[in-house]
Design a protein around this ligand. Structure first.
Ligand SMILES: *Cc1c(COP(=O)(O)O)cnc(C)c1O
Length: 270
C-alpha cells in the first residue's frame, strides 16, 4: 500500500467557485479521476466508491447547476438548511438528500420527512426518535453510525469501544437500514495521522462485521472529504463526501462546522 499521498487541507479557501454546469462537470470529473487513481494504487475497483457531493452553505442556484451536471444526491450538514433546500427544489423529483451532520433529537422529525440517508447516527436517543418518526411517515432511512476515530473531544461520534454494544441495539429500530460506519478524520496536514483514522474505521468494520446482529449490514465506510479523500480511498472508503473541490471554497471557516478544526492553520500548517 502506498503511503505517500498527502492531504490537501492547505488548499482550503483556494478552491475556485463553480459557476456553470461545465465547471461542475469539470470538477466532478477531476475528483472522479483522483478516486480512480487512488483505487488503482490500492488495487480497488472505482465502481466500489460513491462520490457524495456536499452542498452545505451553497445557494440553490449552485445546487441546481450540480444537478444539471448529473448529481442526484447531495450532502448537507445542517438539518434546517437541508429541509429548506429540499422544499424549494421539489421540482427536481430525482434529487435525494443525505444528512451528514450531527442531529439533535428534536430535529429527527424533519430528517424523517425528506432525507434518504443519514450519516451521523451517534446515540440511541436519536435512533429511537428517527425510527418513531419514520414509522409514522411510512418511510425508511439508510443510516451510517458515526465514529470518533481522532479521539478529539469536540468531534461527534461514538468512541470505538462503544460501537459493539451500540450495534446490538439497532435491530430494535426497523425503519433504520444500517449500512456502515462514517468518520471525520483528524483535520491535519500530517497525512500519516489522517490515514490512521481511516485505518481505524476499516479495522472496526472488519471486527464488528463478524458479530453484527441480523439485519445490520456493515458494508459501507464513509470517510474522506476534499482535503483527504484520496487517502480515504486508498484505505477502503466506499463513500467520499466532497464539498469544496466540487462547489468551490466556503465563505465560513471550517471551525463553524467542526469545533476541532479551529486553529488548524496556526497549529498544523503554519
Ligand atoms: C462539509 C463536510 C464535508 C465536506 O467537506 P469539504 O471540505 O467541503 O469537502 C464532509 N463531511 C462532513 C460531515 C461535512 O460537514
Amino acid at each position: 500500500m502506498p503511503l505517500s499521498t498527502s492531504t490537501r487541507h492547505e488548499r482550503h479557501g483556494l478552491y475556485p467557485q463553480a459557476g456553470t454546469v461545465e465547471d461542475f462537470q469539470h470538477n466532478l470529473a477531476a475528483v472522479q479521476a483522483k478516486i480512480a487513481a487512488a483505487c488503482q494504487r490500492a488495487g480497488r475497483d472505482p465502481a466500489g466508491v460513491r462520490l457524495l457531493p456536499v452542498s452545505k452553505t451553497k445557494p440553490e442556484a449552485s445546487l441546481r447547476l450540480a444537478h444539471a451536471a448529473g448529481c442526484r444526491m447531495l450532502g448537507e450538514n445542517k438539518v434546517q438548511e437541508a429541509l429548506d433546500k429540499w422544499e424549494s427544489m421539489q421540482d427536481l423529483a430525482d434529487l435525494r438528500w443525505s444528512v451528514i451532520g450531527h442531529l439533535q433529537t428534536n430535529k429527527a422529525r424533519l430528517v424523517a420527512r425528506f432525507a434518504s440517508e443519514f450519516q451521523a447516527l451517534d446515540s440511541l436517543r436519536v435512533a429511537a426518535a428517527l425510527d418513531r418518526r419514520l414509522q409514522a411517515e411510512g418511510r425508511a432511512l439508510d443510516v451510517f453510525v458515526q465514529v470518533n476515530t481522532s479521539g478529539e473531544a469536540s468531534k461527534y461520534g461514538l468512541a470505538p469501544e462503544e460501537l459493539r454494544d451500540f450495534m446490538q441495539q439497532l435491530p430494535a429500530f426497523s425503519a433504520l437500514r444500517v449500512r456502515g460506519l462514517m468518520t471525520l478524520a483528524l483535520f491535519s496536514a500530517e497525512a500519516a495521522r489522517v490515514r490512521r483514522c481511516f485505518v481505524l474505521l476499516r479495522n472496526l468494520r472488519e471486527r464488528l462485521r463478524q458479530e453484527a446482529p441480523a439485519g445490520i449490514v456493515l458494508d459501507e465506510l464513509s470517510m474522506g472529504m476534499s482535503g483527504d479523500f484520496e487517502i480515504a480511498v486508498e484505505e477502503g472508503a466506499t463513500v467520499v463526501r466532497v464539498g469544496q473541490a466540487i462547489f468551490g471554497a466556503r465563505p465560513l471557516p471550517d471551525s463553524y462546522y467542526w469545533p476541532a478544526a479551529s486553529g488548524f492553520e496556526t497549529q498544523e500548517s503554519a
